[in-house]
Each structure stands twice: as structure tokens, then as C-alpha cells.
Ligand binder design. Structure first.
Ligand code: ACO
Length: 356
């Protein structure tokens, strides 16, 4: 099956004592590398303009890591801050969502866990591109519901600057580097911060819409054939069919958000803040329109950080709290769409958590 939508409820699991056991948000931390790259700077090296980028995407700047800085470095910085925000360095599982791991093998999460002083805890990567953070939350919540973990550090971290073709104006202007992390703890479904379920899905028939063609077993195996052509160096770069991605992103995020609203028992107009994947402000507004939600409920921070893929939602949550747009008790709906293609949504009532 190429088009499978799985709506999963992790909120009604009961532990041995009969109490509900669900994942509750207990901490939030973020980190972006210091180097700011403005639209103006990009327009000096490629055929683009600040005006085009701002009007077509909403982005005015992004952060790019300096050479020598990898995804794991950003993940450690955000992870440290999330643990501080949660008031405890204790976790018993680390889940890292990324499209830009430090190496094809091994996963980045174990080294991140080690560097955070979490030696010995299970740690793995989740690869769902821009939906990775929501997939990571669902995976962590499943571990909590199953009694595998009490406290989980979920990190979304990316260095897209390492896979962008500097000559490709259709991708290089869009993506930024950064990391965001949350601590989830076992708690009660009625508490503020409890994740109220998940709507997850994928459609692998659309895998070519967002792809890094080279570097994997498909190309390596093909290259081993006697008559194989030389691999194209451009295959190492990220490629995207922007227009088609735009259409699918709107349709899937709207449908997934709607499914999540039904699961949470919320009307669209009762949502205080919609935190969608920060790909394009026109996508976010189109999704809000389809949901019948006022556009001003939409959190937008892509103007400052661009599309940071798996880091996008936690960075947007943190900025919205810092800007006073999300306060304790607010109903927050989150939705993402990314390569695969994949999509996912979740929701919570914002708890009394201060991001670092
Ligand atoms: N500067 C100037 N002109 C440009 C640029 C640029 N940076 N990029 C493209 N153009 C040109 C194109 O060449 C085209 O010119 P033409 O009409 O002469 O052929 C024109 O602008 C229009 O191009 P479109 O691709 O039609 O522009 P569009 O309005 O669709 O915007 C964009 C492109 C921003 C990529 C948009 O399609 C988009 O946001 N797509 C969705 C991206 C997304 O959601 N990604 C999330 C998932 S990504 C992930 O999972 C990692």
C-alpha cells in the first residue's frame, strides 16, 4: 500500500496500577548556529533576490553552521538546553530526528547521548525528513506507553547547509540549520502537556519529490555494474520538486491536522496556536484556510530561521513561547509534511514549561 494513514491513540494506555500513562512535555531547548545568512547575501552569489525569496516563501534569513560543525553538535547544544528546561538531566531514551546525520553509519543519536552524559541509554535516529520531529514524538510516546522509558529526550537537528547545492536557487534559499529538543516524561493524559494522540502517514510513490539521489545503497549497487555510468556529483545534493511538494504539503497537512483535531475533540476555531512545519508562509496560511482557522493563529518563525526540517517545529514552539504567543493553557496543534513523502500531527495543551 502506498498511501497509508495511521491514526494512533497513545493516550489511553494504562499501567499495572490501572493509571493512565502518556507522554507529557516537560522541557524544551533550542540552538541555532550563530552565522546568519541573509537573502541579500545569497543574492550576491546566485540569481535570486530578497524580494523573490520574501514574497514566495516568507523567509528573510536563515542560520548556517560554519564548516566543522555537524548535526550532532547542534543536537547536543539543544539537548543540553532541553534537559535544563526540564530541571533534570535524567532520561532513559534518546530519539534524534534528522535528514542530515553525522555519518551514513552509525546513527547520530548514540554519540549525542554519550556527549550529554547519558551513557548506556538506548539511542536511535528517526528518518522522516521534515516530519521527523512528530514521528520522533510518537515513537518516544510509544516507548513511554509501553513502559520501555519514563523520560525521553526527543531532538530534531539538521545541517541542511551541508547537502545544498550552492548553485541551486530553488533549494539553497529555503533551508536553514538548527536544532530543537523536548523532554517527554510519563504522566497522566489529563495533565497540561500531555500529547493527545497522533496522526501519521506516508506515500512512498512520491519519494522522488524530495530526494538526495546519491550516497545510498541504490546508487552504490548500480555503480558496481560493469557498464554503470559515472555518478553525477550533483547526486550528493538535496533536490526538490517545489511546486508539487507545495500542493501535497497543503493537502496532507490540512487532512492530518483535521484528523488530529477530531482525535483531540477540538474544533478548529478553538485552537489557540497552529504550529505547522515552517516550509513556506503561503503553505501555512493555505492549511489554516482549509481548516477554517484564522491565519493569525498560525505561528511563523521561518522568516528568521528558514526551513529547518526536523528542527522546525520545536524551534517554532520555542520562539512562539518567547514571543508570548503561546502561554500555559493554550491549545496547540502541530503538523508537519516532508520527504518520503511523510506527514504527521499531534496536539497538546501547553504546560508551564520555560524554553531555553
Ligand atoms: N529566486 C528567483 N527566482 C526563482 C528562485 C529563486 N530563489 N527559485 C525559483 N525561481 C524561479 C523559477 O525558476 C521560476 O521561473 P520561471 O517561471 O521562469 O520558470 C519561477 O521562479 C517560479 O518558480 P516556482 O517553482 O513555480 O515557484 P513557487 O512559487 O512554486 O515557489 C518554492 C518555489 C518556494 C520552492 C515553493 O514551491 C515551495 O515552497 N514549495 C514547497 C517546499 C516545501 O514545502 N518543502 C517542505 C518539505 S521539504 C523537506 O521535507 C525537506
Amino acid at each position: 500500500m502506498t498511501d497509508a494513514t495511521d491514526t494512533t491513540d497513545a493516550t489511553d494506555t494504562t499501567d499495572a496500577s490501572g493509571r493512565g500513562r502518556t507522554a507529557v512535555l516537560a522541557g524544551l531547548g533550542t540552538f541555532v548556529p550563530p552565522r546568519v545568512v541573509t537573502n541579500e547575501e545569497l543574492s550576491r552569489t546566485m540569481d535570486t533576490s530578497d524580494e523573490w525569496i520574501r514574497t514566495r516563501t516568507g523567509i528573510t534569513q536563515r542560520h548556517w553552521a560554519d564548516p566543522g560543525t555537524a548535526t550532532g553538535d547542534l543536537a547536543v547544544a539543544a539537548g543540553e538546553r532541553a534537559l535544563k528546561s526540564a530541571g533534570s538531566g535524567e532520561v532513559d531514551l534518546v530519539v534524534l530526528a534528522t535528514t542530515t546525520p553525522d555519518h551514513p553509519c552509525p546513527a547520530t543519536a548514540p554519540e549525542v547521548a554519550f556527549r550529554l552524559g547519558l551513557e548506556g541509554v538506548p539511542a536511535y535516529d528517526v528518518a522522516a525528513v521534515c516530519s521527523g520531529f512528530v514521528y520522533g514524538l510518537a515513537s518516544a510516546a510509544g516507548a513511554i506507553a509501553a513502559g520501555i522509558a519514563e523520560r525521553v529526550l526527543v531532538i530534531g537537528a539538521e545541517t541542511y547547509s551541508t547537502i545544498l547545492d550552492p548553485q541551486d536557487r530553488t533549494t539553497s534559499v529555503i533551508f536553514g540549520d538548527g536544532a530543537g529538543a523536548v523532554v517527554l516524561r510519563a504522566g497522566d493524559p489529563t495533565e497540561p502537556g500531555a500529547l493527545l494522540g497522533y496522526d501519521l502517514g506516508s506515500d512512498g510513490s512520491l519519494k522522488d519529490l524530495i530526494i538526495v539521489p546519491g550516497g545510498g545503497s541504490r546508487q552504490r549497487s548500480a555503480a558496481a555494474a560493469a557498464d554503470a555510468p559515472e555518478p553525477d556529483p550533483a547526486d550528493a545534493y538535496f533536490a526538490m520538486q517545489g511546486k508539487s511538494v507545495f500542493r501535497h504539503a497543503v493537502t496532507r497537512m490540512a487532512a492530518s491536522s483535521q484528523a488530529m483535531l477530531e482525535r483531540a475533540g477540538w474544533a478548529a476555531d478553538s485552537v489557540d496556536r497552529f504550529v505547522g512545519h515552517q516550509a513556506n508562509v503561503r503553505i501555512l496560511h493555505a492549511v489554516a484556510d482549509q481548516l477554517g482557522m484564522a491565519r493569525d493563529r498560525t505561528v511563523v518563525n521561518l522568516d528568521r530561521v528558514g526551513n529547518t526540517s526536523a528542527a522546525s517545529i520545536p524551534l517554532a514552539l520555542s520562539d512562539a513561547v518567547a514571543d508570548g504567543l503561546i502561554t500555559p493553557g493554550d491549545r496547540v496543534l502541530m503538523s508537519a509534511f516532508g520527504g518520503g513523502v511523510t506527514w504527521g500531527s499531534t496536539a497538546l495543551v501547553w504546560p508551564d514549561v520555560t524554553p531555553y
